[in-house]
Write a protein that binds this ligand. Structure first.
Ligand code: DC
Length: 222
């Protein structure tokens, strides 16, 4: 039986950084489900479809094939066979992913892929509904969060560090809007699963969070 560790939480809480690091240490496969929604978002952005146009999004879903492969242990996401991993990290794609992920038919196109990845290998899977919907029997469930101010400050510093111009207030407003969208949709909203452990990383650095989650994993699984 494979071991499944689910990490859910809002945008900017550090899920992917933490999950990647811990997966490497434990020898697990890291599965980034946000990248799958982002690749679907990219598809519709390229087509010029409005994310709020439910009928157009529904009509486009059967045209989309999302798959995953690994290169040097790094997840690559393929959109109809094209590796789009380098194209999906923009704010525009993130917003589109958040908008279209509210539709049940969009989520249905990815559910099986996500569950299959967890069936046969030890995974750390991150997203919004992993502990609540995708892997309800996951061995360990973590709800990783941090205050809006803290997430916005981290993002602001990261952008400045890369020499990218940034506006703190705009970043904080975008994060709050994304929280609102992801937490209040009808289908598979972001929320803490009843049996998930809450980790608030507001006052913790990356290593401290990795250590805290590793401890929770060890207590439950070893
Ligand atoms: O984690 P991320 O920022 O890459 O995700 C982008 C969007 O995709 C997020 O705002 C909501 C959606 N998403 C989702 O609905 N369910 C998931 N399991 C992962 C992401």
């Amino acid at each position: 039986m494979s071991i499944n560790l689910a990490i859910d939480g809002p945008a900017g809480a550090g899920k992917s950084t933490i999950a990647k690091k811990l997966a490497k240490e434990l020898g697990f496969v890291y599965v980034d489900t946000g990248a799958m929604y982002r690749s679907m978002g990219l598809y519709f952005l390229r087509k010029g479809v409005d994310g709020k146009d439910e009928a157009a999004i529904k009509a486009g879903c059967p045209e989309i094939q999302v798959s995953i492969q690994y290169e040097n242990n790094e997840q690559q996401v393929l959109l109809n066979g094209e590796n789009v991993s380098g194209l999906i990290r923009t704010e525009e794609v993130g917003k589109m992913a958040s908008t279209i992920s509210a539709y049940g038919f969009v989520r249905d196109t990815l559910t099986e892929l996500q569950r299959n990845l967890a069936k046969t290998q030890n995974v750390i899977m991150d997203g919004r509904d992993i502990g609540t919907c995708i892997l309800p029997n996951a061995d360990v469930k973590i709800y990783l969060t941090a205050s809006v101010e803290c997430r916005a400050t981290r993002r602001y510093k990261e952008l400045l560090g890369r020499g990218v111009e940034a506006n703190y207030d705009e970043i904080a407003a975008d994060i709050a809007k994304r929280d609102e969208q992801d937490m209040n949709r009808e289908v598979a909203p972001l929320k803490q699963a009843e049996d998930a452990v809450l980790v608030d990383s507001s006052d913790m650095n990356i290593d401290e969070v990795v250590e805290a989650i590793r401890k929770i994993y060890q207590e439950k699984c070893q």
